[in-house]
Design a protein around this ligand. Structure first.
Ligand code: NAG
Ligand code: NAG
Length: 479
């Protein structure tokens, strides 16, 4: 920067500063005079246009500051807005030079004419007056009026995809009495201003596009313009996932386990009923916050489906319990069931007899231990009996006879002891027969029990799959 240049700029700064000081000192006096001159014969009741055929243009700009509340049940959005309206007042102009360069003043807004722009879809019960904030009046008649407002607007809430839903709330502004030929309304920008938005904990704001609509009622009537701001909202769903969805998913995974519970515990049905009650509690919680609309929310559908599943599983459990307690008086297991259920299904579902599955190895060990004990015994009749396998009735007869010393005892004892022996044999045979019968009935009962267990296992997997599919379906909705 060379010398003459900087001198000039310094001089300019000095000149400007002195002039500014003069304006400041003169401001008060001139503002008084201006105010007096402007409002001497001004009426704020009439539309300020020189020619009444001319339209007065109002520019509207809305800044969203905060979403205070979204009431899904009553479909009301409460928002904190700053509304800026800009228009030209043809009667409030002045020549700056006559007032020492005064180019704008701030005056209470109720002194000037204001457009009667209201929120059409207002859902507030009290008719709130516009706030009497100041307006900024420029020398050429441009009036800028900023007013804060807490608006309650009706908003069609569609909860079909709750808690993964998006909502669109319209805020429609228009003049209440003037038609489009008298007061026309424009949006300053093509969207609402979100730069001062305070982040909401429940909703993400995805934009606020603005659009001007002109509605004409009938063929030749005047147009009625309005500006609609569409607030695009997306619910932050983590709260609902943690509090409503995860507990329900966890509980519903318990439902198939009621099939796994042993029937002897007697808790199978009560487990199902308990789960059903827990689901009902969650369902009531959701029903409380949702509007009573036709659209069932996604989470509500999930609850209903889960509850239906649990009801079905409890009903099936009761039926399977009936099979389990079929007992010995029942018919034997039909042959087809023996083949299909006891042979193929049992194998496919890994259902074993109790002895095979958890007691299996121990059983085996027991047997080997016993055989070792037998081997250690001196070569006796017992060993011989084991060798013969006690197969024929005759053999055992012989054996018992031998052991009781029916042969080879003293002759005088022989007659008495042999009679005793015959009675004893009859008793033993009777006991053996009883045991055999008992074993047969027992095996019939246990066959039914095994059928029940196979069916139980089958339903457990079916219901487990269904719960899994439902959970995957609802999680797939989350994005
Ligand atoms: C109002 O806006 C319309 C359309 O932009 C324009 O034609 C008209 O001149 C404007 N009127 C005034 C008074 O500025
Ligand atoms: C909201 O406003 C937009 C644009 O004017 C319109 O397309 C939409 O149908 C309105 N929605 C409702 C629910 O009124």
């Amino acid at each position: 920067m060379n010398w003459p240049h900087s001198c000039i700029s310094l001089c300019w700064i000095y000149f400007a500063a002195s002039r500014l000081r003069a304006v400041e000192t003169a401001d008060g006096k001139y503002a008084q005079k201006l105010f007096h001159d402007l409002f001497e014969d001004y009426s704020n009741a009439l539309r300020p246009v020189e020619d009444t055929d001319k339209v007065l243009n109002v520019t509207l700009q809305v800044t969203l500051s905060q979403i205070k509340d979204m009431d899904e049940r009553n479909q009301i959005l409460t928002a904190y807005l700053w509304i800026r309206q800009i228009w030209y007042d043809a009667f409030l102009t002045w020549d700056r030079d006559q007032y020492d360069g005064l180019d704008s003043i701030r005056i209470p807004s109720d002194l000037v004419w204001r457009p009667d722009i209201v929120l059409y879809n207002k859902a507030d019960d009290d008719a709130s007056e516009p706030v009497n904030t100041n307006v900024v009046l420029r020398y050429d008649g441009l009036i800028t009026w900023d007013a804060p407002a807490i608006t309650k607007s009706s908003c069609v809430v569609d909860v079909t995809y709750f808690p993964f839903d998006h909502q669109q709330c319209n805020l429609t502004f228009g003049s209440w009495t003037y038609n489009g030929n008298q007061v026309d309304i424009f949006n300053a920008l093509d969207s609402g201003d979100l730069s001062d938005f305070i982040e909401d904990v429940e909703w993400e704001v995805h934009g606020m596009p603005a659009a001007k609509n002109v509605i004409s009622y009938g063929c030749c009537s005047e147009p009625y313009p309005d500006v609609t701001f569409t607030l695009l909202l997306k619910r932050r769903s983590s709260f609902y996932i943690v509090n409503l969805l995860v507990p329900c998913v966890l509980i519903s995974f318990l439902a198939p386990l009621s099939f796994y519970l042993p029937a002897a515990s007697g808790e199978k049905v009560s487990l199902g009923v308990t789960i059903l009650l827990a689901m009902t509690v969650f369902q009531l919680m959701v029903a409380e916050i949702m509007p009573a609309s036709e659209n069932v929310p996604l989470i509500g559908k999930y609850y209903i489906a889960t509850m239906a599943l649990i009801t079905a599983s409890t009903a099936l459990t009761i039926m399977v319990m009936n099979i389990h307690f079929c007992g010995a008086e029942a018919r034997p297991v039909p042959p087809w069931a023996r083949v299909v259920i006891l042979k193929y299904m049992a194998r496919a579902l890994f259902v074993y007899d109790v002895g095979e599955s958890c007691l299996g190895p121990r059983h085996e060990r027991e047997r080997t231990r016993l055989s070792k004990v037998y081997d250690k015994l001196p070569a006796s009749n017992l060993n011989a009996a084991r060798g013969k396998g006690l197969s024929g009735k005759k053999d055992s007869h012989e054996l018992v006879k031998n052991n009781l010393g029916c042969q080879g005892g003293s002759p005088e004892d022989a007659g008495g002891s042999c009679a005793r022996f015959a009675a004893l044999t009859r008793n033993i045979e009777y006991i053996a027969k009883c045991l055999r019968d008992h074993k047969a009935t027992h095996s019939k009962g246990s066959e039914w029990k095994k059928v029940a267990r196979v069916i139980d296992r089958f339903f457990m997997w079916v219901f487990f799959l269904m719960v899994l599919v439902m959970t995957v379906l609802i999680i797939a909705r989350a994005d």
